[in-house]
Design a protein. Structure first.
Length: 156
């Protein structure tokens, strides 16, 4: 008996690893930002904000790999969990492309110049809200992915 297409390729493992890496990096960026903003000095805030664009070098390919792996796996599956995961990933991608990446680059430039003005604060708040949304959406996708593999019960 020939294995299923998804069994011949490392897509399930790659998808899980890339998704976990992406979720972990976003959590790291978000928690570092929040911690620096609440308890840090302007020097610490600047260090966090200028480091995040370097982390995008890992984050963007991880999310692309997770999305591509998920799309490949979804070719052979149907159902409400697949539909929800797909819908969430569209929101995550749009959040990242339209809000998070531009915000990270803007904030890094402002922080490097030690320019913590009203624009910095507004963009920082938008980034924190969008980042929290992506964390929740990716966490829900992780939960549903585990349910699809039978590793936890599905939520309705």
């Amino acid at each position: 008996m020939e294995p299923k297409p998804t069994e011949r390729l490392p897509a399930p493992g790659l998808h899980a690893a890339a998704g976990t890496l992406g979720l972990g990096l976003i959590a790291c960026f978000w928690l570092s930002t929040l911690g620096a903003e609440l308890f840090g000095t302007t020097t610490q805030i600047a260090a966090v904000k200028t480091a995040i664009p370097y982390g995008l070098v890992l984050l963007v390919p991880a999310l692309i790999a997770a999305g591509a792996g998920g799309a490949r796996l979804a070719q052979h599956r149907r159902g409400p969990l697949v539909a929800r995961k797909t819908r969430r990933m569209r929101i995550v991608a749009m959040n990242g492309l339209l809000i998070l990446v531009p915000s990270a680059l803007f904030l890094a430039r402002k922080a490097e110049a030690q320019d913590f003005d009203a624009a910095f604060i507004v963009v920082q708040l938008a980034e924190l809200v969008a980042g929290a949304a992506n964390l929740m959406l990716l966490g829900a996708n992780l939960r549903d992915g585990l349910a699809m593999r039978g590793l936890r019960p599905a939520l309705r």
